[in-house]
Design a binder for this molecule. Structure first.
Ligand code: BGC
Length: 439
């Protein structure tokens, strides 16, 4: 698979991805600033108030992005910033996003904007979050305001980021706000989020028709395999986990068809509710119990997640064969503070995309996660996913070798054997020494 020969990526647009809460900084009253203020919630006790200070450094960041040859940029807007109190809009915050979007476009960088990336206003959370009786109405008011005010500058929208990671974090395992632990509640929230997406899809298109405006979801997909293929418990649990974690919610959001344990909410009819399939791909799950496991003896990143490049091809192919939508890789990247294997990771994942594209899977976009090291939710400031290193104290940005490699690939429209020799050949992954469980 990953030979040292080069490969072409003609027609694949390359870029980077971020999320507002992870980069902007500032004293915003969101579910996450409140959560981070509670002792014991964030690994290093940090809060998103510092992050990469992108709210003020957006010009510098956009210039840097352009200098790295970024063609497409996935970002999100912070709901708590735009609507600090119910129904009250912050005009200055809208104006600031408009300026950033205008500069991106002037630099030839096409923006893809996420409306909900794990975070919402604290007042929404306190009212009961997604389970409050009026939640969908409040969400629609927000979507409509944003698309009305920014839709002339944004033609591509992600409604909700990783509904499965959000629901399992916030409602099943309790490590995201509001910190609940109930599988039953998680399944209820899935139903609400599916409705939220389907209604937002219709609403955005009522304001901005297809095909000029494209709307989708960024789904987190992973291959699942039994820890021990001869263990009946592992074998039985694997498809159940896959169904509960991804297949059921992906199907509900994409088609309006609800398989048990999800129930079709009133007013939702089967249909087609996406213009592209957003795929976030990081790793594979090895199932030995009800969690995310990694076996010993496999390549892993700094967080102990298995590095399994073939899985990007497997999930992209599955998405295409199941839903027949163009696949946009809306996130892919790795945690590597020393930049010791990120270039190899990039090479392997991009060459997998070259292979599946050659076999007819229409993968049109690749957004690397992430641009500058950013605030990693309950893991805090520790993990380093950036093509650009951040010094949190000074806020200095330093392009890593992998960032230079990415820039060369973007400029050339592919990778060459010479790049392999310079960036990839000397890199190896750490190998896991023991079985690990990530929840
Ligand atoms: C999320 C990002 C996160 C990344 C790395 C994805 O699940 O969408 O917000 O930073 O994974 O952990």
């Amino acid at each position: 698979m990953a030979t040292a020969d080069g490969f072409r990526l003609d027609g694949l647009l390359l870029g980077v991805a971020t999320a507002a809460t992870q980069v902007e900084g500032g004293d915003v009253e969101s579910s996450w600033t409140d959560w981070a203020d509670r002792p014991g919630t964030i690994a290093d006790g940090s809060t998103p108030r510092r992050a990469t200070d992108h709210w003020r450094r957006w010009r510098e960041d956009t210039e840097l992005m352009a200098s790295l040859g970024v063609q497409v940029y996935r970002m999100s807007v912070e709901w708590a910033r735009l609507e600090p109190r119910p129904g009250v809009w912050d005009d200055a915050a809208f104006a600031r996003y408009r300026e950033e979007l205008e500069l991106l476009r002037a630099k030839g960088i096409r923006p893809l904007v996420t409306l909900h990336h794990f975070s919402h206003p604290l007042w929404f959370e306190r009212d009961g979050g997604w389970l409050a009786p009026g939640a969908l109405w409040v969400w629609e008011r927000f979507v409509s305001e944003v698309v009305t005010r920014l839709g002339d500058l944004v033609a591509e929208w992600v409604t909700i980021n990783e509904p499965n990671v959000y629901v399992t974090g916030a409602h099943v395992f309790g490590d995201f706000p509001p910190g609940h632990r109930s599988l039953r509640e998680g399944m209820r929230v899935y139903g609400v989020l599916a409705t939220a997406h389907i209604r937002a899809y219709a609403l955005i298109h009522a304001l901005r028709p297809a095909p000029d405006t494209m709307v989708g979801v960024a789904h987190h997909l992973r291959p699942f395999r039994p820890g021990n293929a001869r263990n009946p418990w592992h074998r039985a649990l694997t498809p159940v986990m896959r169904h509960l974690f991804q297949d059921a919610i992906v199907r509900a959001m994409t088609t309006g068809e609800f398989a048990p344990p999800l129930r079709r909410p009133p007013g939702i009819a089967p249909g087609r509710y996406a213009d592209f399939f957003g795929l976030n791909y990081y790793s594979r799950t090895t199932v030995t119990r009800f969690d995310d496991g990694t076996p010993p003896g496999v390549p892993v990143n700094d967080l102990g997640w298995e590095v399994y490049a073939a899985g990007l091809g497997e999930t992209a192919r599955w998405a295409w064969e199941t839903y027949r939508l163009p696949v946009w890789v809306t996130e892919n990247g790795t945690c590597d503070a020393a930049d010791a294997f990120r270039s190899r990771y990039l090479w392997e994942h991009l060459s997998v995309l070259r292979d599946v594209r050659a076999q007819g899977v229409p993968v049109d976009r690749y957004y690397h996660w992430c641009f500058v090291d950013n605030w990693e939710w309950n893991e805090g400031e520790g993990p380093r996913f950036g093509l650009v290193a951040l010094d949190y104290e000074t806020q200095a940005r330093t392009v890593r070798d992998s960032g230079r490699f990415f820039a060369e690939v973007a400029r050339e429209g592919g990778a060459t054997g010479d790049m392999y020799a310079r960036y990839v050949a000397g890199q190896t992954y750490p190998v896991s020494s023991a079985e690990a469980h990530h929840r």
